[in-house]
Design a protein around this ligand. Structure first.
Ligand SMILES: C[S@@+](CC[C@H](N)C(=O)[O-])C[C@H]1O[C@@H](n2cnc3c(N)ncnc32)[C@H](O)[C@@H]1O
Length: 267
């Protein structure tokens, strides 16, 4: 790909998602858009750029971001957050809370929201607490997978056997076995497309816990700072923000208090 085309694609990625692609990512971008070029019957990167820039209804930008975004995730990733969540929910149950609102802000293919739902189900059981999880991502492809709630055996590896038996049903699919999440956990989750680089967001606020993990690494300081301020606004006082292990807020201007590495609280 020539450098002018790459520069323009980088700008489009930044403007439409807040993702800062480093100059060294040219080979990665080239490999990822090859799939779109094949699907469209387009032979050169410059032609693809032209197509993208004349995308009147925004469909190609959506598909472009689908291939550009990195969707790596797993069940109970960074498990200390789920232990901490268990403690928060247990305390809220003791305080006779009637409503709990949780947000998985870059849910990818759904494992993070389902891990939250499993903990919530475990702690809250049959109690009448109204506990719901909002799960959002910019990638429509990832969200479609998340909404299906069906996972390959390899994706289930981090999930304790007892959780798998309790919350998933094996589905035989030609030769392979896949696993479908049960209705009791799926029904707590609402999936929506949301671009984290474009605050303000349309939620009503008063959130209890926000998982915004392993996505801020792709953003520059300006985008991160705006996002963190918006999460602060949407949390209720005493609410928590969990970030990924490489996403300390220490270099940002923020009102959050760091109570443990990667766990922040609004006062
Ligand atoms: C590496 S995954 C992290 C998934 C999960 N939070 C975890 O920690 O396992 C990053 C996710 O962020 C999403 N993403 C990237 N830019 C975004 C944006 N501007 N708005 C919303 N989601 C975005 C990607 O589509 C991807 O699904």
């Amino acid at each position: 790909m020539d450098s002018a085309t790459f520069e323009r694609l980088r700008t489009i990625v930044y403007d439409s998602s807040g993702i800062s692609l480093r100059e060294t990512k040219e080979a990665m971008v080239s490999a990822r858009i090859a799939k779109r070029m094949r699907a469209l019957g387009i032979g050169t990167h410059a032609e693809y750029l032209h197509y993208l820039e004349h995308d009147a209804n925004g469909d190609e930008i959506t598909r472009f971001l689908d291939v550009i975004s990195t969707n790596v995730t797993s069940f109970f990733r960074e498990s200390q957050h789920f232990d901490f969540l268990r403690d928060i929910l247990t305390a809220r149950l003791r305080d006779s809370t009637s409503k709990i609102r949780l947000w998985s802000a870059a849910v990818s293919t759904g494992e993070e929201a389902l891990s939250i739902a499993m903990v919530a189900h475990d702690v809250l059981g049959a109690s009448p607490v109204d506990c719901r999880i909002l799960a959002t991502d910019i990638s429509t492809r990832a969200l479609i997978n998340a909404q299906q709630g069906i996972y390959e055996a390899a994706q289930m590896e981090n999930l304790p056997e007892q959780m798998r038996r309790r919350f998933f049903t094996p589905v035989r699919d030609s030769d392979a076995i896949r696993y479908r999440a049960s209705d009791e956990i799926m029904r707590r989750i609402v999936y929506r497309r949301l671009n984290l680089s474009r605050p303000p967001f349309p939620m009503r606020g008063q959130l209890d816990v926000v998982f915004c993990r392993n996505v801020m690494i792709y953003f520059d300081t300006a985008v991160r700072e705006r996002l963190v301020a918006e999460i602060y606004r949407l949390l209720q006082p005493g609410g928590y923000l969990f970030t990924g292990h490489a996403e300390s807020l220490s270099s940002l201007k923020t009102d959050f208090a760091c109570i443990r590495p990667t766990i922040y609280q609004k006062h």
